[in-house]
Design a protein around this ligand. Structure first.
Ligand SMILES: [Zn+2]
Length: 173
C-alpha cells in the first residue's frame, strides 16, 4: 500500500489538467445547491451510466446518489432525509441497470474472486449482491417508502436502465 504523503500529482495529472481547462472557462453556474427538478436519483456506480444525459436533465436539476448495485443502504436513507427536508427533493427514482455486476455474481463469488486475485479476505464486508434484480428493486423502493423519517407525500418510483439501449423501463412497484 502506498502510504506516501503529499498529493500524487503524477497519478492524477489528467485529473488536474482536465480541471484546469474546466476552471479556465468556468462561467459560474448561479445554482443554489438545491435540485431544481426536486428529483433524487439512486443508481449504480457503473461507468456506463450517464445519469443527467439519460434523463434529459441538466446540471443543477438532480441529486445523484451512487453505489455498487444502486442499493438502498443506511447511508442512502441518511442522504435522502437531508435531501428531502433541507433541499426540497419531493420525488425519488430508484434505478438499477441491466448487466450489473452486483446482480450477476453471488456474495460468495465476489469474495472468493477478490481473495484469489488480490489475496484479501473481504468477508467482513456485505456487498449486497442481488440474486433477483426485480425482487431487489421492489424491496428497495418499499424500503424508501416505509422509512419513517421521510415525508409521507414523497413519491418513490423504480425503473431499470438498459446499458445497451439507453432505455429506461418503469416498474409498477
Ligand atoms: Zn451496476
Amino acid at each position: 500500500m502506498n502510504s506516501a504523503s503529499g498529493f500524487p500529482s503524477t497519478t492524477f495529472a489528467d485529473v488536474l489538467e482536465g480541471n484546469a481547462a474546466y476552471a479556465a472557462d468556468f462561467p459560474g453556474t448561479g445554482l443554489s445547491g438545491r435540485a431544481r427538478k426536486g428529483l433524487a436519483l439512486v443508481t449504480c456506480m457503473d461507468s456506463r451510466i450517464e445519469p443527467l444525459q439519460l434523463l434529459g436533465m441538466d446540471q443543477g436539476d438532480v441529486k445523484i446518489l451512487r453505489n455498487a448495485g444502486a442499493r438502498v443502504t443506511d447511508d442512502v436513507l441518511r442522504t435522502l432525509v437531508l435531501a428531502t427536508y433541507q433541499l426540497d427533493e419531493n420525488r425519488i427514482l430508484e434505478m438499477p441497470h441491466t448487466h450489473c455486476k452486483m446482480a450477476s455474481a453471488t456474495e460468495d463469488e465476489i469474495h472468493r474472486q477478490i481473495l484469489d486475485e488480490n489475496g484479501v479476505d473481504t468477508y467482513s464486508v456485505e456487498f449486497r449482491t442481488v440474486s433477483d434484480q426485480e425482487e431487489a428493486l421492489a424491496y428497495d423502493v418499499r424500503r424508501i417508502r416505509s422509512y419513517p423519517l421521510l415525508p409521507r407525500d414523497l413519491v418513490v418510483a423504480g425503473a431499470v436502465y438498459d446499458v445497451h439501449t439507453g432505455r429506461l423501463s418503469p416498474r409498477d412497484y
